[in-house]
Ligand binder design. Structure first.
Ligand code: AMP
Length: 114
């Protein structure tokens, strides 16, 4: 159905540094980190973009943030603060069309983004 870099990471075809794994989600380190901590959390379900979610995905997306919070705590960035980013579509800067949550921290974040 979808063949993206991330589906190939999920299948093990492309190597990645695992940070978290369960039957619904996988998280790994971004190959081009924007900050000292940069983890990508993806659902195993191949949803291309955040705007593609349906009512049936509501609980999955909720659980995704619970997992993300656990990862942020484990990575030691939760206390100081960090950033979640979901890029959507071309103008949103999305380059891989398998839904992913960027978990970025380890330094102060500027706002607004460029
Ligand atoms: P986005 O631009 O929101 O679609 O984010 C895609 C992210 O995937 C970028 O931050 C890339 O650095 C990252 N990325 C691309 N290929 C890989 C890979 N093989 N392993 C880890 N991260 C990757």
């Amino acid at each position: 159905m979808s063949d993206t870099i991330f589906s190939r990471i999920l299948s093990g075809e492309i190597p990645s540094t695992c940070v978290y794994s369960d039957d619904e989600f996988y998280a790994f380190r971004d190959i081009n980190p924007a900050a000292p901590t940069h983890v990508l959390l993806i659902p195993r379900k191949p949803i291309p973009k955040i705007t593609d979610i349906t009512e049936a995905d509501a609980a999955l997306i909720g659980r995704m943030f619970l997992v993300a919070n656990k990862i942020a705590t484990k990575e030691g960035i939760a206390e100081k603060g960090f950033r979640y980013v979901i890029n959507c579509g071309e103008w949103g800067g999305q380059t891989v069309f398998h839904l992913h949550l960027h978990i970025i921290g380890g330094r102060p974040m500027s706002w607004p983004p460029g």
